[in-house]
Structures are given as structure tokens and as C-alpha cells.
Write a protein that binds this ligand. Sequence first.
Ligand SMILES: Cc1cc2nc3c(=O)[nH]c(=O)nc-3n(C[C@H](O)[C@H](O)[C@H](O)COP(=O)(O)OP(=O)(O)OC[C@H]3O[C@@H](n4cnc5c(N)ncnc54)[C@H](O)[C@@H]3O)c2cc1C
Length: 296
Amino acid sequence: MQTPAPVDYVRATSVADALSLLQQHGDEARLLAGGHSLLPMMKLRLARPEILVDINDLDELRGIRVDGNEIVIGAMVTHAEILNSPILFEHYPIFREAEKVIADPIVRNKGTMGGSMCQADPAEDLSAVGAALRGTVVIQNAEGRRTVPMREFHEGPYETKVADGEILVEVRYPILPGSGSAYEKVERRSGDWAVCAAGACVTISGGVFSSVGIGIGAVNAEHFTATGAEAFLVGKEPTAENIATAAQMAADSCDPSADQRGPADYKKHLAMELTKRALTRAAAAAVAVHLTKNGA
Ligand SMILES: Cc1cc2nc3c(=O)[nH]c(=O)nc-3n(C[C@H](O)[C@H](O)[C@H](O)COP(=O)(O)OP(=O)(O)OC[C@H]3O[C@@H](n4cnc5c(N)ncnc54)[C@H](O)[C@@H]3O)c2cc1C
């Protein structure tokens, strides 16, 4: 079995302490969250940090809470906590649908939202969800905090706006009253990464889409989304025909590569089909919320 190269290890006692350790050790240091991506990379010698800064003791980075008109998810919140959160289920069922199909319980019990997003695998599910919900990422460094829209967070595969010496501390999601959301994913076997995944979050008012968010993973969609398809739908009725047109536009904007998960044209077809299904279910949920609210 492969073992990582020797590495120093320190447990940070606060975010300030972690930032000071990162500053002290420069690019030789790496943050350790759940370790489900970093440790396998170290075993394969694809990552060779000199020192691991463990942030598992930092309660400041935990918790899911409502803050005004936003839901805030701390960086160290685990996949399992997202899966089981009543707050997220009430406002955004898309989280539960996505988390059910992320890895397995062992990974979900330890893997974190911050680690997932910073690992920035092109098939990472929470990035597709975050794009659909138009989240905002909060990043902290020695000077203070800055925010980056989720749709500008990724700079490419495995690259994000989090620079050396910085920590992703939380992601904030605007609460959209009356919204419906859904997530669809095709994987080769249970617990695997996506061949393709698509999520949608919509609101409907006066019989037409008033807002549309689409998130697409694993098929090289720009910023994990499909802005042309979103713009097409706003102001239109949620008919099967309009949704099918938007889903095709979304698929056309993807540029998947062929790999062990399938050929490019198959993945493109999935992008269309999964976007269609996610939009259809999200729209039905939004209509149901609207009817319930109006006592129908
Ligand atoms: C078998 C398996 C199957 C998986 N399947 C899926 C799947 O289907 N879908 C999916 O989305 N994911 C999947 N994953 C990934 C899983 O979601 C992990 O949780 C995730 O990759 C990393 O989270 P972590 O907390 O373990 O991060 P770590 O491995 O600890 O860290 C990952 C990287 O992020 C950095 N980092 C961690 N936290 C922060 C922070 N707060 N600020 C800045 N940088 C930080 C670390 O330094 C490191 O570079 C799978 C993983 C495994 C092992």
C-alpha cells in the first residue's frame, strides 16, 4: 500500500491561528479538512506538503444557519450534515438530492463542504448545486474577508479563487421564497463521481419562470452553469417544449471530454436529459409551493 511522504502536522486552534500558520509556512503548508481528497493525493505523491494544518477543531467553521435572507453553510460542515439538515431541506431540497448520491457514508461522514469546493474536481456535486443557487463564497486571509460569487469561484479544473494563505470559511445562499429545486445525476455505480449531473432552482410567478438557476457538473460547463438556457426560460411558461429547448441549449454549451466514464456525445446527451428532468421537477415543485401558499 502506498504511504505519503513524511509530513509535519499541526492542529490549528482558531481561524486566525490557521491563517498565521499558512503565512508562516507559505506554499509548503496545506489545510487538512476531511482528508478524503488530500490524503489519497499525498499517497500518490500528487501532493507533497511539508506541513498539514488541521482545521477540524475550528467550531467557527461549523454550522448551518439562517442569517437574514441567506442560508450560511460553514466550510467544515460535512456532507452528512448537509444531507440531514432540516433548514436546507425546507428551503433547498436540491442539497438532499445531491448529497444522497455523493460518495458513500464513510466519505460523507468526514468529507466537508469546504474541502469539496476547494478540491474543485470538475465532477464535484456541490459546485453544480452552488451554481444553480447562485451562492457566494466567503474567503478569509490575514487582511480580512472577501466574497466571490460561486459562478466566478472556479478558475479551471482543480483551481479556485482561494489563494495561498487563504481559507474558504463559508458559502452563503440567498433564500428564494417559493422556489423549487431538484438534482439529477448519472454515475457508473452507486457512490461514484458523476458521468454528468444537473441541478435546477426556479421560481414561477404569474404562470411564467421569474428566476432560473441551472448547475451542471462533469461536462465542462462554463462556471458549472448554462446562462443562455437560464435567460431563455425567464418570462416563459414552464411547458415541456420550453424546458426541452432550454435543456438542449444547456447541453450545447457544454464541452465534455471522452474518458473512462463515457464518450463525449453520450455525456452531452446526458447534459440535455438531466437538465430537462431537473428543470421539470424544480418547476413542478415551485408550482406546488405557489398553490399551497394560495390555499389551492
Ligand atoms: C471514494 C470517493 C468518492 C467520492 N465521490 C464524490 C462524488 O460523487 N461527488 C463529490 O462531489 N465528491 C465526491 N468525493 C469527494 C468528497 O466529497 C470529499 O469530501 C472531498 O473531495 C474533499 O473534502 P475533504 O473535506 O475530505 O477535503 P480534504 O481532502 O481535507 O481537502 C481537499 C483540498 O481542499 C483544501 N481545503 C480543505 N478545506 C479548505 C478550506 N476550508 N479552505 C481552503 N482550502 C481547503 C485542502 O488543503 C486540500 O487541498 C469522493 C471522495 C471519495 C474518496
